[in-house]
Write a protein that binds this ligand. Sequence first.
Ligand SMILES: C[S@@+](CC[C@H](N)C(=O)[O-])C[C@H]1O[C@@H](n2cnc3c(N)ncnc32)[C@H](O)[C@@H]1O
Length: 274
Amino acid sequence: MHFDERRAHFLQDRLQRRLKECQLDSFYSYYRLLISSEGKNELASLVENLTVNETSFFRNKAQLELFHKYILEDLLRQKQARRDYSLRIWSAGCSTGQEAYTLAMLVADGLGYYYLRNPLPMEMPSPKPLIPPPWKVEILASDISYSVLRAAQQGVYSETQMTSVDFSYRLRYFDKIGDRYAVKKALKEAIHFDFHNLKTEYLPQRNDVIFCRNVMMYFDEAEQKRLIDKFWRCLNPEGYMFVGHAESLLGLTEKFAMVHRNSGTAYKKIEVTE
Ligand SMILES: C[S@@+](CC[C@H](N)C(=O)[O-])C[C@H]1O[C@@H](n2cnc3c(N)ncnc32)[C@H](O)[C@@H]1O
């Protein structure tokens, strides 16, 4: 994790909270604890405290529209022509799951709409499944924090967290339980939650689209370049990548081409020999 001067105060504050929790009186004794074998759990707690987990459903609508209306449509057409009915999307740094569930809803709707206009390659079973066969959609949602992954897997959200989810999505994809909204089982089944530290070398391969939004901004430039390179290798040919509104791949890589429509931006993988 990279903390520049603007975030030094945040780092100090969070470290001080952990020192208090551990009843230690100096940063040095805390450091000794972290590097000791007894300090493993504390290191995990520290990581939980240092990550910024802010997220929301349907975050950055222009970008999601680009994904939904153009990129998904393009991928479905190309894949169907090759009789490849698998689609793999990765929400890297998924926090409490809203991004992954948003993508699952968009893909389910996108596939449904695509087959309103194109013949399905096989008969639709009854009752109609969320993902029409023979398609297999896998949405991988990963994070470095176990506590956000637990919340994501639970998929239960408050009214405040649901503000950006309009009523038609609420009706189709959520059950109201008391004053909270629980993601329906069928939608959950399209998502696989897992722990991945984006700084490690081996990351999930063969993705058609990677969403890594509002994560890289906390990395330094060298680490951002390394990560973009790893993402390039983790994408299928013709794959796409999305970064956050305040982030960009410009100046960091030559291996992606920018795609821009109606204020939504994505990056398409360019085939280059490494
Ligand atoms: C601000 S949230 C962004 C959530 C979501 N992508 C969005 O844009 O709404 C950043 C997430 O990245 C995760 N993260 C930070 N460093 C990471 C790393 N090295 N590997 C994996 N996840 C990381 C944090 O735990 C946090 O949940």
